[in-house]
Design a protein around this ligand. Structure first.
Ligand code: CA
Length: 215
């Protein structure tokens, strides 16, 4: 999907971000200090830069001042309001504070890519083609009619593909509320997606947790 640069000097965090963004299909390069990050970012070719504020040699704030147009998400331990405002004033598209949930980061990356129009508008799995703009789905060229919540659930699975999503998480993404208890709603909709789209082998049940779309 998109080509991303991750500039973060803490290797374990950088690796964690890379691993998860690769799982959802992005191509990621890594930098561990400010100078290298600026060189790489200036060379162009990136759809989005994930930029730590506190980097050796040059700070993320210095780097973003030298960049032109490429979307940036700041990732930093600095949670002070002043830093957030500074980051956004300098043109960052979003700001995420460590420690963060990886699903949160993935969601923000997808959201920025969507906003700047750098994400794919269709996605194919086997003989299934999903068009996110028109919210229509085709199987073997024939349209399959999905209910709105079924489509939203499919979209959540695709955008977080290869990541395990709990039933509660899916409820909060698709139904947009925290749902006490009855997570069977998710199970019923998952069964419909598997049946209608022939994705029984792709939508895996994750024991005691929820579901994962395997690509
Ligand atoms: Ca740092």
């Amino acid at each position: 999907m998109a080509k991303l640069l991750i500039a973060e000097d803490e290797r374990s965090i950088n690796d964690l971000i890379k691993k998860n963004l690769r799982l959802v299909g992005h191509d990621c390069d890594q930098c561990f200090d400010g100078e290298t990050a600026l060189q790489a970012a200036s060379s162009g070719g990136y759809d989005l830069i994930i930029l730590d504020v506190m980097l050796p040699a040059l700070s993320g704030f210095d780097i973003i001042r030298s960049l032109d147009g490429v979307p940036v998400i700041f990732v930093t331990a600095k949670s002070a309001l002043g830093d957030r405002l500074k980051g956004l004033r300098l043109g960052a598209d979003d700001y995420i504070v460590k420690p963060f949930e990886i699903l949160e980061l993935v969601a923000r990356v997808e959201s920025v890519l969507r906003r700047v129009g750098r994400e794919h508008k269709t996605f194919c799995i086997d003989d299934v083609k999903i068009d996110f703009d028109s919210r229509r789905v085709f199987r073997g060229g024939e349209e399959v009619v999905l209910k709105p919540k079924e489509f939203s659930l499919l979209e959540a699975l695709v955008r977080n593909r290869n990541l395990a999503l709990s039933r509660e998480k899916l409820l909060s993404i698709v139904w947009e509320y925290d749902y006490e208890g009855d997570t069977r709603t998710v199970d019923v909709h998952i069964q419909q997606l598997r049946r209608k789209l022939g994705l029984g082998d792709r939508i895996k049940t994750v024991y005691k947790l929820g579901y994962r779309l395997e690509i």
